[in-house]
Write a protein that binds this ligand. Structure first.
Ligand code: SAH
Ligand code: SF4
Length: 359
């Protein structure tokens, strides 16, 4: 931290808060109180934390601040979906979405500004990676959503399906999940969290060993190495077979299954033969398939298949005894649907800019 820069309390886990409180000459249990204020009540003004002594409050006010991503725009869809464009401290923007009644209430949050994976049908991929989010920025989207929607006391699920590839930002994503799970804060059970990934194999194996394990969704989208390489570029490094093997060894609790997401692209990966091959490659894996008819957009060189084709694909999987659901697209009218998350006007940083920022 540069001299004069304040500590962001929203980016510290409870152990970090404890260390800070102790370094200021106060007893460690105050960190618990602080954590409750930030993560249970969404307080951002240290002065209003009335059960902390005046002395600690003023020491904290001197040294620290609590950043919550700031709402730049808020859009409501006809179907109840709410999309927030959030401004981060450095002015970069990300998107976080509230999706009601699916049947649960769900927050969809981002893990990066942009994404480096470059999937052929995804607008976020077109941005390239601008930067990783910190744990405070990842979990902070939940505070922003809970505040905006007045949901501090309503249970909700979280899906890491906004902008970014969560496993590419592994450490900060996991730290965010631990912060959200802390019993003195939101106490959000990992069972309520789903992490969606293209399947970066070594990191999937690392996730498999985590004590705090979210549900897993794998973005599959294709049934042959060649086709997957064309649609999901990381396949060149981590072949489809290796991803499926990592899924086979992934530890699952009794009732849980891996979700396989499959974006249907008209005339590309939506034939009956694709469906049969999908059933075949998933055999022996405790999974279910979530079909996502493409959300088309300008700049994406694919079309959404007609409903009848989607239904036929689903029916073939069902005949082969694969659990299958078709994702209803939510918030399409406000571009809050999957793969439509892009914040215009913040392209990749130029090397000169990166160099200047590093100084
Ligand atoms: N990077 C992660 C999580 C974010 S993307 C991942 O890819 O899994 C969340 C989901 O939206 C993924 O399954 C992704 O394939 C899907 N998606 C991306 N672009 C889409 C589009 N244009 N239409 C429908 N779904 C899309
Ligand atoms: Fe990144 Fe996911 Fe989009 Fe692929 S689909 S570019 S991994 S956000």
């Amino acid at each position: 931290m540069a001299a004069g820069q304040r500590v962001d309390l929203g980016n510290l886990d409870r152990a970090g808060l404890e260390a800070l409180v102790v370094s200021l000459g106060h007893r460690p249990f105050h960190a618990r109180q602080l954590y409750q204020w930030i993560w249970k009540r969404g307080e951002t003004d240290i002065d209003r934390m009335t059960d902390l002594g005046l002395e600690l409050r003023s020491a904290l006010a001197d040294k620290a601040t609590i950043h919550t991503p700031e709402v730049a725009t808020r859009q409501h869809s006809e179907d109840g979906t709410v999309k927030l464009v959030l401004r981060l401290e450095d002015g970069r923007q990300i998107e976080a979405v509230f999706i009601p009644d699916t049947p649960a209430q769900t927050f969809c949050i981002s893990t990066q500004v942009g994404c480096a994976m470059g999937c052929a049908f995804c607008l976020t991929g077109k941005m390239g990676l601008v930067r990783h989010l910190t744990a405070g920025e990842i979990a902070g989207q939940v505070r922003a959503l809970a505040r905006e929607l007045d949901m501090w006391h309503t249970p909700f699920n979280i899906v890491l399906m906004g902008m970014g590839e969560p496993l590419h930002n592994y450490d900060e994503t996991m730290r965010a999940l631990r912060m959200l799970a802390d019993a003195h804060g939101l106490a959000l059970s990992p069972k309520r969290v789903t992490l969606s990934t293209v399947g970066l194999v070594p990191l999937l194996d690392r996730l498999a060993a985590e004590p705090l394990m979210p549900n897993l969704a794998i973005s599959l989208h294709a049934t042959t190495e060649q086709q997957r390489s064309a649609l999901v570029p990381p396949t060149k490094k981590y072949p489809l077979q290796d991803v499926l093997d990592a899924c086979r060894r992934f530890p699952l609790s009794k009732r849980s299954r891996i979700t396989f997401e499959y974006v249907l692209l008209d005339g590309v990966n939506d034939t009956p033969e694709d469906a049969r091959r999908l059933a075949r490659i998933l055999s022996g894996i405790k999974g279910k398939v979530n079909l996502i008819p493409l959300n088309a957009a300008a700049g994406i060189p694919f079309d959404r298949p007609p409903d009848a084709r989607v239904d036929r694909f689903a029916a073939i999987l069902a005949e082969k005894r694969i659990l299958v659901s078709v994702r209803k697209s939510r918030g399409r009218d406000i571009r809050a649907a999957c793969g439509q998350l892009i914040v215009e006007g913040q392209g990749r940083r130029s090397p000169a800019q990166q160099f200047a920022e590093a100084l």
